[in-house]
Design a protein around this ligand. Structure first.
Ligand SMILES: Nc1nc2c(ncn2[C@@H]2O[C@H](COP(=O)(O)OP(=O)(O)OP(=O)(O)O)[C@@H](O)[C@H]2O)c(=O)[nH]1
Ligand SMILES: [Mg+2]
Ligand SMILES: [Zn+2]
Length: 389
């Protein structure tokens, strides 16, 4: 197969240990190894793979490992030394990411599909709101889906849809069991890279199986008093939608951790985004500022105040920690005029210490400083990019 491309661009669909399943982006570049292997009549393939073959199992070049370049599901990558018959290739570069979700790690998603069951487990508006805030904080457009619609009356479904419309969302109600709503959702997701998320047991995997029968994801009965799922899904993988587009199932979780900045929070409420033009103050938190017109008569206003107070408490704690760290180090001018942090030393204690001890404690402090810097870099990186989950 000399005409096979040995270098191509593709998308990482799954990651298992140090192997990456990479799907080539363009079919027409690919080898005409299009014929399925001959099988004797009467012996159909057990698991027929689609032809022409389009994905390869790849490793990551050592150079990428050395510079700490991670490769995650959804990454667009360059593959070299593609060996099509041997099903091997090597990822040599990762293209810049459009988006990056942290937990689970997925790159380049442009849709978040938030699935909540109306019953089993019953829909908790507070929990849904927290998921929505978290989803909004990623900056990726959110589509809401109300699942297990067959378990309630049409009137109850409509009530939920109306209520969520007041919040600013346009949910799609579905029933995988009864088979309705799924087509509408398929049309919405076509051409997008979508992360399916939501609490455990709401039917995420069942929905993906309905959209993509080949996915054959495991589903499990919800159980116990809380009607929780069993966290059946444990790793992330992208599946191709028949009409184009990619879909990732994710493990369900029940309480998203909210760690957003207080001033960013209002941007995560459609109700506030809608009404912001009416508030005359540019830096208003819409709480007790006199004459604020955003404050008031919408359903989730109390929840907004509650989450705002939480976010402020987290921000204050973070600031206190930063100041504490700051007071342990002083800024001094380095040899090349650059500012450097130097640990402040307790003078009396310092004088009493032997040279060996001094050396030791400085080493400790340096290590501490390095740790603090690493932690700060981690925190900065975390704040810079969206996190989910
Ligand atoms: N009545 C009804 N049950 C459903 C529907 N969709 C899924 N279920 C059931 O809900 C249970 C949980 O479904 P899963 O698809 O495993 O849920 P999940 O969200 O993937 O759960 P985790 O992987 O734990 O996060 C299973 O017993 C499904 O059969 C539906 O439309 N109607
Ligand atoms: Mg699942
Ligand atoms: Zn205001």
């Amino acid at each position: 197969m000399s005409e096979c491309p040995t270098t191509f661009f593709g998308t990482v669909l799954a990651v298992q240990a140090n192997f990456y399943d990479v799907r080539a982006d363009r079919w027409d570049d690919l080898p005409p190894a299009a014929e399925p292997p001959e099988t004797p009549p009467g012996f159909p393939l057990q698991n027929p793979t689609p032809f022409p073959k389009r994905s390869l199992l790849c490793t990551r070049r050592t150079r990428l490992k050395k510079v700490g370049q991670r490769v995650v599901v959804g990454d667009r990558v360059r593959v070299e030394e593609a060996d099509w018959p041997g099903d091997r290739g090597a990822i040599s570069a990762v293209l810049p990411r459009e988006t990056l979700l942290d937990r689970p790690p997925v790159a380049n998603a442009d849709r978040l599909l938030l699935v909540f069951a109306i019953e089993q487990p019953s829909l908790d508006p507070n929990q849904l709101s927290r998921f929505l805030i978290k989803a909004e904080s990623t900056g990726i457009p959110v589509q809401l889906c109300l699942s297990k619609g067959d378990l309630v009356s049409e009137a109850e479904r409509q009530d939920w849809c109306d209520r969520l419309a007041d919040w600013g969302y346009a949910p799609i109600a579905i029933s995988v069991e009864a088979g309705w709503g799924v087509d509408e959702l398929r049309t919405k997701l076509s051409g997008h890279t979508t992360i399916v998320s939501g609490p455990s047991g709401v039917g995420k995997s069942s929905l993906i199986n309905a959209l993509i029968p080949e996915a054959q994801l495991r589903v499990a009965r919800v159980s116990g008093k809380l009607q929780r799922g069993r966290h059946t899904t444990r790793h992330v993988e992208l599946f191709e939608l028949p009409g184009g587009g990619l879909l990732a199932d994710t493990p369900g979780f029940n309480q998203p951790e909210l760690d957003c900045e207080p001033e960013a929070l209002m941007g995560y409420f459609p109700e506030i985004r809608r009404a912001r033009g009416h508030c005359q103050f540019s830096d208003c938190r819409h709480r007790d500022e006199p004459d604020c017109r955003v404050r008031g008569d919408w359903e989730r206003y109390e929840l907004y105040l509650e989450v705002l107070a939480e976010a402020e408490a987290v921000a204050e704690a973070r600031e206190r920690e930063r100041q504490k760290k700051g007071s342990r180090y002083k800024v001094k001018a380095g040899r090349d005029g650059q500012k450097e942090l130097e640990p402040k030393l307790d003078r009396d204690k310092y004088r009493r210490e032997s040279r060996r001890q001094q050396h030791q404690s400085l080493q400790d402090l340096c290590a501490e400083l390095e740790d603090a810097e690493r932690q700060e870099a981690r925190e900065a990186a975390e704040l810079d990019r969206p996190t989910w989950g």
